[in-house]
Design a protein around this ligand. Sequence first.
Ligand SMILES: Nc1ncnc2c1ncn2[C@@H]1O[C@H](COP(=O)(O)OP(=O)(O)O)[C@@H](O)[C@H]1O
Ligand SMILES: [Mg+2]
Length: 245
Amino acid sequence: MTQPLLQVRQLGKRFGGFVVLDGIDFHVQPGERVGLIGPNGSGKSTLVNCLSGVLTNELGTIDFDGQSLLGLPPHQRAYRGLARSFQIPRPFVRMSVLQNIRVPLLFAAEHRLGQRHSGAELEALALQALDQVGLRHKRDDMAGSLTQIDLRKLELARAIAAQPKLLIADESMAGLATSETDEILALLFGLNKMGIAVIMIEHIMRAVSAFSERLVVLAAGKKIADGPTDAVLRDPLVERIYLGD
Ligand SMILES: Nc1ncnc2c1ncn2[C@@H]1O[C@H](COP(=O)(O)OP(=O)(O)O)[C@@H](O)[C@H]1O
Ligand SMILES: [Mg+2]
């Protein structure tokens, strides 16, 4: 078996006295598509925040691409190839779509690729990210004027601009119409085909089960299932705790 791209062991996080994540073990292989599901409040976003360095886990280890991420701030984790989109998109609303991509590019790609880029090279990389999400034609629009689905696409473009090894998409489809969720689904499949491993966090079961080779299920801060998508969906415990509602 190849070495996992991401290996999380016994991860623990509490807010005050409240244990939000309790001994989470899980891994992602290079290029894998993993769905992370669980009821609201089960700890999915907190787990993503611990992985991306927005929050600090008190317990456990996080190894990525053969190195520990512990103690590294978010931008250092991005340099190493771990990208995430936020559940609530956070664009710079007064900047154009293209400028929104240049910001993460400047901070991550340049560093990780180990070289300085000219303005023209940065623009080419930014346009490439916009192409990958189908937003090139809106490059000069203000981010604040975008529709909901285009905001989601921009959020994904910002995450992938630095050419990550792993993309964590936190509820990239929330609030979208069915045809729009299909667009985001196709987009994530496309990114995966380029070799990017993807963790999809999603409540829309049709989408997450179509996408994921493997499902990891959280409930009240504990991992309750982890395995091939079909097997996990038939797991009686998962049915009772998550799919039953
Ligand atoms: N910053 C915070 N401070 C205190 N409690 C929080 C904070 N963020 C999340 N929580 C709590 O942690 C639990 C897990 O939340 P979250 O990770 O957002 O779950 P999910 O993404 O699965 O819906 C919830 O009970 C939530 O209320
Ligand atoms: Mg969440």
